[in-house]
Design a binder for this molecule. Structure first.
Ligand code: WT7
Length: 656
């Protein structure tokens, strides 16, 4: 980490906004002044300008019971109406909402009118199944248009979705279904990944069945299944329903009823510092305001002209805010791609950019770094001249990757916005405004208009320019999380306790202010890893490891990795009783695969090291810092607080 920081501090390249871009940019420097003069008034103005309110709000922010915020609380709106019907009513029904590309190369163009029709019918189906306001519906789907329709149909009737990434295992799905007490699951038979059908419905069946003696799942009444993969699946009569049977039969009329602005919109689970994922809760009015606003001013989306492509899966917050809600609220046209970047060839993404004339690309540093590794020859084979803006999200982007992105993908012309935010913040918080801000490779730079952040020390004191500390958000913002599903104490404890006195939100990230007072992100300061822009908890993976019969103890760290940012590295102690009866050969790999089965392939460790001991403090806390040194091949740091100071040399020797 420290060499990375030194490297960043030497970074002094600057790129002025290109004149041509600035001339038609939606963002202006004046936005900062307006927000500064009246922050709440600024957000109220955005909410009124960007959204249709069935009942206009008169209150903006209610912060009388911090940290439980209410935004636009007496207003009423319908999120699906804002994303669909109003565009059709404005005469834009024929505009393409989704330029969908399946991994095998099949394609569908879905207009706003068609998407609206599908959503209305599905809304009627859900109502018919007894789903009402506040009920939870889980969505476990590939990146197909029906996934977006499913999200919008759920929120259209005031219900709450919980999208579970299709790469999560049956156990992870089960835990999320149980926690949210979901009533319905919407899934597909399977979807295409890496050239073959990756089954989904079988995982739903497993999740709903008796898992490890816990009994069958109790809350899910129906499973709606889209036919996509054509793979064989089991069928439970009375519970399972084919999407194509019910949706086309359902009435086409459906009125979008208004709901209060603080009606829950979705729950999205994300890893924290304990073994149990947190259900981050978002509500409607504030969330939709900020996701639409940021998609407009940061992504500079001009709905009539642009083809926007956010490469994130809808299973992550980026897919919620910048595939479903922001772009559709703005009436944009976007690409939705089902598969992996290298199937069937390594130029697949660039082929899609050329084919659809993508103008704005929003992706993660890990993807950029893996393209860098393959080399410029691949993207150079395609015409990428339509691209006029590039975005980065999910993890710090190293200046080398930033420069490569600018030169090879952006043709040295397209501005790059490095956007910092979190599942919890709901929408972008820190980013350059394209056409306004002079950009710096490697820095997220400045808080958006209407957003207040700071970098502080452990006591909450501003660190001043040129110094590092902890990133905090100092004022409530419209798309802030409203809580952790079913666990208000954990919400307070995790985000608000540390700087209770000041009332700051603690993001869990380390950051630095440069001499201009701009923000550089330095990675997580807690036991959370960021692998390929996806958040994983060390403790969650440790729990999965110790659940294996062979494992006595486990410690997991995030070690820096050239492509994925961080990689999961596990140190495990094997039970003597197990070794007495089994050969240790192949065990490390078995445990890697085990974690993949328990949580999902993204959590699979890059390395599993079998060791005799783990470094612990006298109070028994594992010193992950030291293990990280070993995993990253560094000299092991200060070991004086270890209970047994010799243990690190033993471990290092074992790994040689
Ligand atoms: C964590 C949030 C934001 C959607 C995707 C990830 C890291 C995110 C950046 C960035 C440096 C970043 C932070 C943050 N992160 N964007 N531009 N520069 N770090 O959402 O899974 O909730 O993870 O991702 O560490 O806390 P998430």
């Amino acid at each position: 980490m420290s060499s990375q920081i030194d490297h960043l501090l030497n970074e002094s390249r600057r790129f002025a906004p290109p004149e041509e871009f600035a001339a038609s940019a939606i963002a202006t420097a004046e936005l900062y002044d307006r927000a500064k003069a009246d922050r709440e008034g600024f957000w109220a103005e955005q909410a009124r300008e960007l959204l249709h309110w069935h009942k206009p709000f008169t209150e903006v922010l209610d912060w009388s019971n911090p940290p439980f915020a209410k935004w636009f609380a007496d207003g009423e709106l319908n999120v699906a109406y804002n994303c669909l019907d109003r565009h059709v009513e404005a005469g834009n029904g024929d505009r393409v909402a989704l330029l969908w590309e399946g991994e095998p190369g099949d394609e569908r163009r879905v207009t706003y009118a068609e998407l609206t029709d599908e959503v209305k019918r599905l809304a009627n189906v859900l109502t018919g199944l007894g789903v009402g306001q506040g009920d939870r519906v889980a969505i476990y789907m590939p990146a197909i248009p029906e996934a977006i329709a499913a999200m919008l149909a759920v929120v259209r009737i005031g219900a709450v979705h919980s999208v579970v990434f299709g790469g999560f295992s049956a156990d992870s799905l089960r835990a999320r279904l149980d926690d949210a007490a979901a009533k319905v699951v919407i899934t597909a038979d399977g979807g295409y990944r890496k050239g073959k059908v990756s089954p989904l419905k079988p995982a739903v069946d497993l999740a709903l069945a008796d898992r490890n003696g816990s009994g069958p799942q109790e809350t899910v009444e129906n499973v709606i299944v889209v036919r996509r993969g054509g793979n064989d699946i089991d069928w439970v009569e009375g519970r399972d329903i084919w999407w194509h049977d019910v949706v086309s039969q359902a009435p086409a009329e459906h009125e979008a009823r208004p709901f209060p602005a603080e009606n829950p919109l979705f729950i999205l689970y994300t890893s924290g510092t304990t073994g149990k994922p947190k259900g981050i809760l978002h509500t409607t009015g504030g969330y939709l305001t900020q996701s639409a606003f940021t998609n407009k001013v940061v992504h500079d989306v001009h709905p009539e002209d642009d083809v926007f492509w956010c490469t994130a899966d809808i299973g992550w917050v980026t897919g919620h805010s910048y595939v479903t809600y922001g772009p559709l609220a703005n009436g944009a046209t976007q690409v939705l791609y089902e598969g992996t970047p290298d199937t069937p060839h390594p130029g697949r993404w660039w082929e899609i950019v050329e084919k659809y004339g993508v103008t704005i690309l929003y992706t993660a540093p890990t993807a950029i770094r893996s393209f860098m590794k393959i080399g410029r020859k691949v993207p150079k084979r395609f015409d990428l001249s339509s691209l006029r803006l590039l975005g980065s999200v999910g993890e710090p982007i190293n200046p080398e990757a930033w420069m490569w992105y600018r030169k090879i993908i952006g043709g040295k012309a397209a501005p790059i916005v490095d956007t910092w935010w979190q599942t919890e913040t709901g929408a972008i918080m820190i980013s350059a405004l394209p056409g306004v801000t002079e950009t710096k490779p490697g820095a997220a730079q400045v808080a958006l208009p209407g957003v207040s952040v700071d970098v502080v020390d452990e006591d909450g004191t501003h660190v001043g320019n040129g110094n590092g500390g902890l990133l905090v958000i100092t004022e409530p913002w419209p798309s802030m999380l409203r809580g952790i599903w079913g666990d208000p104490d954990r919400f307070v404890e995790t985000y608000w306790k540390k700087f209770e006195k000041q009332g700051f939100y603690f993001a869990g990230d380390g950051a630095r202010l440069d001499d201009d007072g701009e923000v550089w992100l330095m990675g997580r300061v807690d036991d959370v890893m960021n692998v390929s822009g996806h958040r994983l908890s060390t403790t969650e993976i440790e729990s999965a490891l110790v659940a294996n019969e062979a494992v006595a103890e486990a410690a997991v760290v995030g070690a820096s990795d050239e492509t994925t940012g961080q990689a999961v590295v596990a140190f495990v102690i094997i039970k003597e009783s197990y070794l007495a009866e089994h050969a240790p050969e192949g065990l490390a790999n078995t445990l890697r695969l085990w974690v993949g089965e328990q949580i999902g392939p993204i959590a699979r460790p890059r390395d599993v090291y079998i060791v005799g001991e783990l470094p612990k403090t006298r109070s028994g806390k594992i010193m992950r810092r030291l293990l990280r040194d070993v995993a990253e091949g560094r000299e092991v740091g200060d070991t004086t607080t270890l209970a047994d100071t010799a243990v690190m040399s033993v471990i290092s020797a074992q790994l040689k």
